[in-house]
Ligand binder design. Structure first.
Ligand code: LAC
Length: 237
């Protein structure tokens, strides 16, 4: 078993804050669950659900009408099933929603969390998901090396990419210098939001985009990596 080393005094960052969906957890596992119920339609359902979740989040952010992410997710599932002309009973919506609580982590997550634990850097999760969604997901995946908590933005009454949601992480950590945080996300809109807020940001390019979204050219990540394993080298260099 590897021995834990004391925090490296030369480390630039005090805490790493990870996004959840599409960063630590693979949404493809949601598509696979959908496939079991609607053969061959999983990818389509996933794509529509993700797009609608984001649309609801952004609209509600602009009009300042916060609604919890579990309700938003269920609405996105309902919309998607109806649009794709698939059974959209209340039971089916609940069934697919529960698949959201059992997503699988990406293969590199356990090793990355181990590495970070060895380096002695704090780790926190910040998600638009409700606290209940986040807790269930982390518990189901048995992610046990988080030195800080998995935190929902709901206490801030805002969703990422609203600055208030990123500020919530600082308040939670009681760290008030943004430069002490390294924020990691696989979602370009979230990378852009965290950069606009003032964090240093790593983009884990999970979907193998050929380049970062051109429209966010003024909000590009400080670092890009293909997997979280590459991150350790970067943090220590
Ligand atoms: C998260 C999403 C939306 O906040 O990726 O976890």
């Amino acid at each position: 078993m590897s021995k834990k080393v004391p925090p490296d005094q030369n480390l630039k960052f005090e805490c790493l804050v990870f996004d959840l969906y599409g960063t630590l957890f693979d949404l493809k596992s949601f598509a696979r669950e959908c496939d079991k119920l609607h053969k061959g339609r999983g990818e389509e359902i996933l794509e529509s659900v993700r797009q609608k979740q984001l649309e609801y989040v952004l609209t509600r952010s602009l009009v300042k009408k916060y609604r919890d992410y579990a309700s938003i997710t269920k609405s996105a599932i309902k919309y998607s099933l109806q649009k794709l002309k698939l059974a959209a009973s209340e039971d089916r919506i609940e069934e697919l929603f529960s698949a959201f609580l059992r997503l699988e982590p990406f293969d590199d997550v356990e090793r990355a969390l181990n590495d970070l634990d060895e380096i002695g850097i704090k780790v926190m999760l910040l998600s638009n998901g409700t606290q209940e969604m986040v807790d269930k997901l982390v518990e189901h995946a048995r992610l046990s090396l988080l030195s800080e908590e998995a935190v929902s933005v709901e206490g801030s009454g805002a969703y990422k990419p609203d600055p208030k949601a990123y500020q919530h992480a600082l308040n939670h950590l009681q760290i008030f210098e943004k430069q002490k945080i390294f924020y990691v996300s696989g979602n370009p809109w979230d990378v852009a939001g965290a950069r606009a807020f003032g964090f240093e940001v790593g983009w884990v390019n999970r979907t193998k985009q050929s380049s970062f979204d051109d429209d966010f050219r003024d909000l590009t990540p400080n670092y890009e990596f293909q997997s979280l394993v590459e991150m350790k080298e970067m943090l220590l260099s």
